[in-house]
Ligand binder design. Structure first.
Ligand SMILES: [Zn+2]
Ligand SMILES: [Zn+2]
Length: 251
């Protein structure tokens, strides 16, 4: 049975699940090691990302660490300063894929994330994850509604959410710290906090991306809840907003 009314809600739920899992798991836990996850949380995030994005965790981490190493300098995989805003906005996925397929990048920037048994068995097969995710979606809300919601989600994740951070986040916006990234407080509400990108580049090991009371990092209450449930440990230091407001917190 097709449930057309469900399409916008399911699309938003899928995209937010993928965005939050990317931010908490791939970005904060793996790339920057600011969270230590319980094995149950680790597998849950991997399953969620496999079904909603099909991404390989080692590739994501390597490309992102390279971005931090060469931020807006030659070597940055997706800098709008080097490539132009619209090229990164429209073709961010192509720049990402080019770097993700570079074996030297994976070896140099993610030597700690060698494929494990679950990767070899399941998670390295990205298209299988997307196929199973899409099939479950169609069983849940009907064939056409499922296909449309899946397609809308893929378009939003690949062509809106990721470029909002990689293109706009290095192009224009506001700043708390002196670096080449920018904050977008309102957009942070829909990007899992990732649009507080100026804060993140100043304090990449901080598990919390907001530093002022006017900023909200939607991933942070989820991280706190998982920490209270014993499913993760916050190992990176959160940045106190009061220290920033007092001007004592510089990069
Ligand atoms: Zn950046
Ligand atoms: Zn980062």
């Amino acid at each position: 049975m097709t449930a057309a009314w469900a399409v916008p809600f399911v699309t938003i739920a899928l995209t937010q699940t993928a965005v939050i899992a990317t931010s908490i798991y791939l970005h904060r836990a793996l790339a920057h090691r600011s969270l230590d996850l319980h094995p149950i949380a680790d597998v849950a995030f991997r399953v969620a990302l496999w079904l909603t994005t099909g991404q390989c965790r080692r590739q994501w981490v390597a490309v992102h660490r390279k971005h931090h190493t060469f931020t807006d300098r030659p070597g940055d995989p997706h800098s709008p300063r080097l490539l132009g805003f619209w090229r990164v906005q429209l073709f961010n996925v192509a720049y990402y894929m080019r770097e993700a397929r570079n074996a030297k990048t994976l070896e140099a920037f993610a030597p700690d994330l060698q494929p494990d048994r679950l990767d070899r068995l399941l998670f390295s097969r990205g298209y299988l994850g997307i196929g199973i995710g899409l099939s479950l979606l169609c069983m849940l809300i009907g064939l056409w509604a499922g296909l449309i919601a899946g397609l809308l989600h893929a378009g939003l994740y690949v062509f809106v959410m990721a470029p909002l951070i990689n293109a706009l986040g290095h192009w224009r916006g506001s700043k708390n710290f002196e670096n080449t990234a920018y904050n977008w407080r309102l957009l942070a509400w829909i990007t899992g906090g990732e649009s507080l990108h100026n804060n993140h580049h100043a304090h990449p090991r901080s598990a919390k991306f907001s530093v002022r009371r006017s900023e909200f990092d939607p991933s942070w209450p989820i991280i706190r809840s998982l920490a209270m449930a014993g499913l993760l440990v916050i190992s990176g230091p959160p940045v106190a907003w009061a220290r920033v407001a007092a001007g004592r917190c510089t990069p």
